[in-house]
Design a protein around this ligand. Structure first.
Ligand SMILES: NC(=O)c1ccc[n+]([C@@H]2O[C@H](COP(=O)([O-])OP(=O)(O)OC[C@H]3O[C@@H](n4cnc5c(N)ncnc54)[C@H](OP(=O)(O)O)[C@@H]3O)[C@@H](O)[C@H]2O)c1
Length: 335
């Protein structure tokens, strides 16, 4: 049996592209005792994948040159010599950019809950939803009357974080790129207002839309947008560092915000987090998110590309802002 893979060929300096990956076909060997063979159906695309290909210490080891590109996936068990998994099971794991993968003893695999689609398992009920939920609620606990500002607001994580803040009674302002995304935020996702950072000054937008300043800033972007938000903090504000996508393709580390002392003046707290620390609390998350999403209180878009050929170019969509909602790619439907 043959398996197609996209392996990391070279480490990008600057913008990541198709040229950094190599398409390889390899032979698969027979399954050994304890192994599970999984066919990948859907791939998740996440900005953090850009960090995984850098040769530096992080919360996960870097992908090695010649290794299959790491990615979250939902797949279906093709055959199993492990008693915990049966043929046909839908499973989630880090299956990578390849058609098939083998798990030893089912390590790293979890079954997709009954009634949850592969797209939902990788998006709203997966690490995307989990990141928004715990990042916002554990690190800031927004209250009715608070003003919550979200950057990367029309993206997978930001859109959910903003809607959870709305459910908690806050006034929510989103920052996103382009009129279409801003319209979606206010007309569909229930944000109170949106700032189009590609067509207006973020500093002026925040000043206009947050006259009583910001109590919570959920930041996915970093750079100039973080600096603009730090200029408008209310007293005892909470700044949640979820990500900093504006810097992920930079060749040199950027200087930090020049107004960081505003944290001192406003007695505010700035804190980062990594979603994998919350995986054990997924039950708590689903207790809230399942009814919110199924009742339509939270909406979530999925942007599904297709085809093995298009895998590397789909990653680029995150950095050019082409994705509207959670970026996925379909390889096959479950049987
Ligand atoms: N801490 C954690 O555990 C954790 C877990 C998951 C994700 N994250 C972080 O959360 C953030 C969002 O991830 P996601 O998976 O939900 O992706 P996403 O928001 O769905 O997609 C990325 C979006 O970032 C925006 N963007 C790209 N380059 C930008 C730039 N230079 N300046 C401003 N905006 C830019 C684009 O939207 P526009 O069109 O609006 O520019 C793009 O659509 C990322 O920073 C990611 O690293 C953190």
């Amino acid at each position: 049996m043959k398996n197609q893979q996209w392996q990391l060929k070279t480490r990008p300096q600057g913008l990541i592209g198709e040229e950094h990956f190599e398409r390889v076909v390899c032979e698969m060997t027979d399954l050994a005792e304890g192994q599970v063979l999984v066919k990948n159906l859907y791939l998740s695309f996440d900005p953090t994948q850009r960090g995984w290909v850098n040769d530096m210490e992080s919360y996960m080891p870097p992908v090695a040159i010649g290794e299959v590109m790491r990615a979250g996936t939902v797949g279906q068990v093709v055959s199993s010599k492990c008693s915990d998994f049966d043929e046909g099971d839908l499973v989630q794991g880090l299956g990578g950019w390849q058609e098939f993968f083998v798990s030893e003893q089912g390590i790293g695999l979890s079954k997709v809950p009954e009634g949850v689609t592969p797209q939902e398992a990788l998006g709203i009920f997966g690490t995307t939803g989990l990141t928004a939920y715990f990042g916002l609620l554990d690190l800031s606990d927004p209250k009715p009357g608070d003003t919550v500002l979200v950057s990367g607001a029309a993206g997978a994580t930001g859109s959910v974080a903003g809607q959870i803040a709305k459910l908690k009674g806050a006034r929510v302002i989103g920052i996103a790129g382009g009129p279409e995304k801003c319209r979606w935020l206010t007309e569909t996702a229930g944000f109170d207002a949106a700032i189009d950072y590609k067509n207006e000054s973020v500093v002026e937008g925040i000043a206009r839309l947050c006259p009583e300043r910001i109590n919570v800033f959920f930041d996915n972007v970093g750079g100039d947008i973080l600096e603009a938000a730090l200029d408008h903090l209310a007293m005892n504000a909470r700044v949640i560092l979820c990500g900093g996508i504006s810097g992920y393709n930079e060749t040199e580390p950027r200087p930090g915000p020049k107004n960081i002392m505003n944290l001192v003046i406003t007695r505010s707290r700035m804190e980062g987090f990594i979603v994998i620390d919350y995986l054990s609390r997924i039950g708590e998350f689903l207790n809230d998110m399942l009814p919110w999403y199924r009742s339509g209180q939270i909406v979530h878009l999925e942007d599904v590309q297709e085809g093995f050929d298009n895998i590397p170019s789909t990653l680029q969509r995150l950095f050019s802002g082409q994705n509207l909602g959670k970026q996925l790619l379909k390889l096959a439907e479950p049987e």
